[in-house]
Write a new protein. Sequence first.
Length: 139
Amino acid sequence: MKYKRLLIEKKEYVLLKRLLNLSGYHSDMSLKYSLKKLSEELQVAKILDEETMPGDVVRLNSEIDICADNGWKKQFQLVSPANSDIRANKISVLTPMGAAVMGYARGDSISWVFPGGHISVKIEGVKQRKHPLNLSVDL
């Protein structure tokens, strides 16, 4: 891990905590695992102001390129649950893939439980999209 722990922007941290508190219980085991693991990682994350966030860290609205050990590749934008649209490659931070990459940096490898099983992915690219952070917690 490039920065030794997750790096989260202060307003995004507040939003994530609110989303996790409202997400309730899920019967899907990989989703349940993902939300629990993200919650645990947030407890030890380094919280930074907007101006000090490195540009290579995955944040809300970041565009991400990832690849798996088996050669599978994916490009997507990480968004809030209200803006999720799988057809437009906009993945919610409350999905297993979204929870897996949040706060990690370009070059980091992540081992996570996805619906298809335990997979290791590497973040190959991160591009920041400037946005006004919407602090609504619409699920």
